[in-house]
Ligand binder design. Structure first.
Ligand code: SDX
Length: 393
């Protein structure tokens, strides 16, 4: 029913991927990481604890978590020569293009990652480095977009606080980061941390299956996530809401456009390849939206438009019949805006959240010694044709 034709013709069965990391049931809207519900993790855990859970399979003890955070905090510095890549990007180049290039470039600064047959410890060190450096690189991308100097990590801060400090801090002062902002960011990153075999995760697995290094595999996943039908939707949602706002907030008109088959416009943040019920993450983010905007005293008209759009769409037979509900991207951009991020940074934040999931899935694929990915096809093209000279065509 997934639309794949499983051909078992002497190749290993090209059926569904076997994984023990994330379970989701799209019919009833269930999402679990290693058996823990997304609701419980979003409410009680931290992003770095969830990263540990996804990558190593269990919730850490206090000692394990402390060691994990200590390791990460000692690899947050990025080689100064990486700045030459930054200086090469024209100003205004999309942060996702920068991120995929920079993460791929990390292999050049970590030559050990190119070795075949790395030990478990050597692989784990590359994993730690990648988690640590990704947050620094994401903050650098934001600073570069402003033309501001980068801020170096403060290793005594926890992972998310350190990221927010590097992103919004100023060199001239010891910026204090609001714990309300850190809590909201932790929740958002947890909600994006993994989602079984989605487009970008499948990309990471298939690239990794050729024995390409970890950085190249993750860089490929970042490129896949960039698409507006996938991770790029969070940016597209806020741009859509802003368009509706400029258009006088007429949501009925835009819902009609989304239904019109002659109009390429789709309601961004609605629908899903698997969820044919409410995306459980959307429910949590919608509530978090209300909380964070209230705590920060922000009145964001786009949230009101989003709620009205959801209400109109969910009472419209076109959306109900097609089981199109808000997905994780529908409300996330409103919170990112409240936290101070510009729209072009939203998908990069999705990638930062998804990183532990990509790593866990890449690690599982390696541990399972899966063969190189080789999806098969059903050939429907021309059969036998004879070559004709160009003057006779
Ligand atoms: C993510 O896979 C994952 O897990 C992804 C993700 C993750 O965590 O990794 O959850 C993150 O990518 C979420 C999705 C973000 N994308 C968007 O919000 C973009 C807008 N959504 C759509 O483009 C669409 O819903 C997709 C891409 C998400 C799903 O596309 P499908 O599977 O092709 O949609 P479908 O075949 O189930 O559509 C069925 C019908 C079609 O109409 P009919 O041919 O039956 O007449 O619903 C229509 C579609 O045209 N439709 C929409 C619509 N989404 C589907 N119509 C209007 N607006 C939409 N958003």
């Amino acid at each position: 029913q997934s639309g794949y034709v499983t051909l078992d013709i002497g190749y290993k069965n090209t059926g569904a991927t076997k994984s023990a990391i994330t379970f989701l049931d799209g019919e009833v809207g269930i999402l679990k990481y290693r058996g823990y519900s997304i609701e419980q993790l979003a409410e009680n855990s931290s992003f770095i604890e969830v990263a540990y859970l996804l990558i190593y399979g269990n919730l850490p003890t206090a000692e394990q978590l402390q060691a994990f955070e200590f390791e990460i905090s000692h690899h947050t510095l990025v080689h100064e020569d990486m700045k030459k890549f930054f200086d090469g990007f024209p100003s205004g180049s999309h942060p996702m293009g920068q991120l995929s290039s920079l993460i791929g470039a990390l292999a050049a600064f970590n030559p050990a990652s190119l070795k075949q047959g790395l030990s478990a410890e050597e692989v784990n060190l590359e994993i730690i480095k990648l988690i640590a450096k990704m947050s620094t690189i994401v903050s650098w991308i934001y600073k570069k977009s402003l033309g501001h100097p980068v801020i170096y990590p403060r290793n005594k801060l926890d992972y998310v606080t350190n990221f927010m400090y590097m992103t919004f801090g100023q060199r001239t002062e010891d910026t204090e980061i609001d714990p309300v902002v850190v809590s909201a960011m932790n929740k958002l990153l947890i909600l994006h941390a993994d989602h079984e075999q989605n487009c970008s995760t499948s990309t990471v697995r298939i690239v990794g299956s050729s024995d390409a290094n970890l950085y190249a595999s993750i860089s490929a996943g970042i490129s896949a996530l960039w698409g507006p039908l996938h991770g790029g939707a969070n940016q597209a949602v806020v741009e859509m809401l802003q368009k509706i706002k400029q258009d006088g907030g007429d949501v009925d008109k835009w819902v009609a456009k989304a239904k019109d088959k002659n109009d390429p416009f789709r309601l961004m943040g609605f629908g899903h390849r698997v969820y044919k019920n409410f995306d459980p993450r959307a429910k949590i983010i919608k509530k978090a939206c209300d909380d964070i905007l209230e705590k920060l005293g922000i009145n964001d008209e786009t949230l009101e438009i989003a709620k009205k759009l959801e209400e109109v769409a969910l009472s419209d037979p076109y959306f109900v019949e097609r089981k199109l509900y808000p997905n994780v991207d529908f409300y996330s951009g409103i919170i990112y805006t409240a936290l101070g991020f510009p729209t072009e940074m939203f998908t990069v934040l999705f990638a930062l959240g998804r990183l532990p999931g990509w790593i866990a899935q890449w690690k599982e694929m390696k541990a399972n010694k899966e063969p190189i990915g080789r999806p098969r096809q059903v050939y429907v093209g021309e059969t036998n044709r004879e070559y004709t000279d160009i003057k006779n065509r």
